[in-house]
Design a protein around this ligand. Structure first.
Ligand SMILES: NC(=[NH2+])NCCC[C@H](N)C(=O)O
Length: 298
């Protein structure tokens, strides 16, 4: 008798087969942030997952933030991180630190990918004019060098993918005067996914997904159509930080991304579990005509 454990492993691989086929040569934008960036083991897992996607023929693009790491360095030089409505107040010095820290994090990620035998190129939104932006105001208030994306020029990413590199992007761009701006990484991932016509956009962060009842962890919604996501927002089911996240997902789908996934990056290999199983592990947001496989009652 063959050991059941081995059969289960084979079963897992077979379950992955249709997805390996369906997403072959397709662009998958992975927004990488949250705790999974700070914990070395989780970080190594995330990078391995993305490398695996690349090696089986997907075209992943990583977009990463580094908020916690920026705050750490701001503190280290004796400054106080300041936030207004969740946005970092970014004076010239803070901007300089943000750019240095994000570039450092970026090259660490490049190194990890390269060490696994895949060629990666780390760029910011300045490279190739990728992210053009303008100053963002917070309720009319000037909070410094915080940018809103105005235009994406995806050529540099398309060229890198064409040549089989794995692009790793950090969200700093400039305006028409070539002043640098710090951009929210979720917004950048979303705008990039739209511009490159990604098949998928995956948010890896510190939330398990979208809940029907935000106070009840048993109500994780596995799949949502865009109109249902809109309804959750308008009827007040989702709160706080989830609203802009969900809005980003809705926008991405309306701009042509096929599926958007919200996953908990703290769960090891959540990316693989989402993409290569039928049921997934987080919340998938689907186009109106996208086929649902599972709903929250499963
Ligand atoms: N949270 C979910 N229900 N995920 C379903 C994922 C299905 C499939 N693996 C995909 O990546 O499209």
């Amino acid at each position: 008798m063959v050991n059941q454990k081995y059969l289960d492993k084979a079963e897992t691989l077979i379950e992955a087969l249709p997805y390996i086929q369906r997403f072959n040569r397709k662009i998958v934008v992975v927004k990488y942030g949250g705790s999974a960036m700070l914990d070395e083991e989780l970080k190594a897992n995330v990078i391995k997952d993305v490398v695996l996607l690349k090696l089986i023929g997907f075209k992943p693009i990583i977009v990463h933030g580094g908020g916690k790491e920026i705050s750490r360095w701001v503190n280290k030089v004796g400054m106080e991180p300041r936030f207004i409505n969740g946005l970092r107040v970014t004076d010239k010095d803070t901007m300089e630190i943000a750019e240095m820290v994000l570039a450092k994090v970026n090259k660490e990620l490049v190194t990890l990918v390269e060490s696994l035998g895949v060629q990666a190129v780390g760029i910011s939104g300045k490279d190739g004019g990728l992210l053009q932006c303008h100053k963002k105001l917070s309720n009319g208030e000037d909070i410094g060098y915080v940018g809103d994306i105005e235009k994406v020029n995806p050529k540099v990413l398309q060229d890198l993918l064409e040549r089989d590199f794995l692009p790793i992007v950090f969200p700093i761009g400039y305006d028409t005067n070539f002043d640098s701006y710090n951009i929210n990484a979720d917004d950048a991932a979303c705008a990039i996914a739209e511009a490159v016509h990604a098949e998928k956009l995956v948010f890896l962060s510190d939330i398990e997904g979208v809940y029907k009842d935000k106070d009840d962890p048993n109500t994780l919604i596995s799949e949502l159509h865009v109109h249902e996501a809109e309804k959750l927002i308008s009827e007040g089911y989702v709160g706080g930080g989830m609203i802009p996240k969900l809005q980003n997902c809705i926008d991405a789908i309306e701009e042509g991304v096929n599926r958007v996934h919200i996953l908990d990056g703290r769960i090891p290999h959540s990316l693989l579990l989402e993409i290569f199983t039928n049921k997934g592990i987080g919340t998938a947001i689907l186009r109106e005509d996208g086929e649902k496989y599972y709903d929250e009652h499963e």
